[in-house]
Design a protein around this ligand. Structure first.
Ligand code: XIL
Length: 327
């Protein structure tokens, strides 16, 4: 079958007003022309994989290094892409000065608020959407005992959204989490959190579902199960924010599994884009060349829609086909 070369993920997504995105690193953009050709061809949204993480941005207290983010913001602006800010408040990738600082409640609250005001304020008008708080609820629906929670309690979540809103009143602010589709309790915990934030008029505009899926562990039946309607009823948007589908990469295991992977990518697009009306779908990388999976899940990989050589896999085409149905 001849491949229509004018069709890209981006051109199809834009016909229905959608954002199709990927995380990215400046290093690949600066050193890999094929990477740039593909990212600009297929995506109209980019989020930094690590450049906005607290430890990367502020390794020493009070010393921010904005260079990589500035360059990424300029890159997206030059290519008409939306820049999504990821992530302001998380338990991971925190700087050592913060982790080892033994800060009091008041000190930590002011560090949190200052960080958010500094970062969001700098990019006000340039970064229209933020993942403000990441991974606060566990699979039983309880607040995770994170670095921030242990000193500030659940109030850190409200503080974070309010600070982000003060710093850029026009920005759209998201709560982001992984594995929410995994248990009913997790989903309910996230729902209760958003219900409480909304009830207290905390500025929050949506929920991001990461969707780091695995051929081995993800039950296809649960993928479309999230009840986004009850969030929509509270005026909240839903986005898919970090989709990838990993597989075991041992001898003889892949690429035989590419078809099964393609089915999962299509499931997500069908359920969340077509049926539940999400308008933003972000992949956690689009080429196996730079995917985080082999480092974090030894023995697994091949999680993205293109090979290391940028050859589109069946998942690329299945995703494209689903996006077309939205037009
Ligand atoms: C990951 C990056 O991909 C890695 O490069 C980094 O070492 C660790 O973080 N959920 C998130 C993302 O919200 O920020 C994580 O990104 C993946 C899981």
């Amino acid at each position: 079958m001849a491949v229509d070369t004018t069709e890209t993920l981006k051109t199809i997504a834009e016909k229905s007003g959608m954002y199709i995105g990927t995380c990215a690193n400046l290093q690949a953009i600066e050193n890999d022309a094929a990477y740039v050709a593909n990212i600009t061809r297929h995506f109209n949204l980019v989020t930094p994989e690590n450049a906005l993480k607290f430890r990367v941005l502020c390794p020493e207290r009070g010393e921010y290094n904005f260079e990589a983010v500035d360059k990424l913001v300029a890159f997206t602006a030059a290519h008409n892409m939306q820049f999504r800010g990821h992530v302001l408040v998380w338990n991971d990738q925190l700087p050592h000065w913060l982790l080892n600082g033994n800060f009091s409640r008041n000190e930590l609250a002011s560090i949190l608020v200052n960080h958010i005001e500094t970062v969001v304020g700098r990019y006000a008008g340039k970064i229209p959407v933020w993942d403000v708080v990441n991974e606060s609820v566990d699979e039983l629906g309880h607040f995770k005992k994170t670095f921030w929670y242990n000193t500030l309690g659940p109030a850190y979540i409200e503080m974070a959204f309010e600070a982000a809103h003060r710093a850029d009143p026009a920005a759209r602010l998201f709560y982001n989490d992984y594995g929410v589709e995994g248990t009913y309790e997790h989903e309910n915990g996230v729902y209760r959190l958003l219900q409480s934030l909304t009830y207290h008029h905390i500025p929050v505009h949506g929920v991001g579902y990461q969707m780091h899926l695995s051929l081995e562990h993800t039950d296809r039946k649960i993928i479309g199960s999230l009840n986004t309607q009850r969030l929509a009823d509270m005026g909240l948007e839903c986005n898919i924010t970090e989709l990838d589908v990993r597989m075991r990469t041992g001898e003889g295991r892949f690429p035989q599994q590419y078809e099964a992977q393609a089915a999962l990518y299509a499931d997500i697009a069908r359920n969340y884009i077509l049926e539940k009306g999400c308008n933003t779908l972000i992949l956690w990388g689009f080429t196996d060349r730079y995917s985080w999976i082999p480092f974090f899940y030894p023995g697994e990989g091949a999680a993205t829609i293109m090979t290391e050589q940028y050859t589109p896999k069946p998942a690329f085409f299945s995703l494209l086909e689903e996006l077309k149905k939205k037009i």
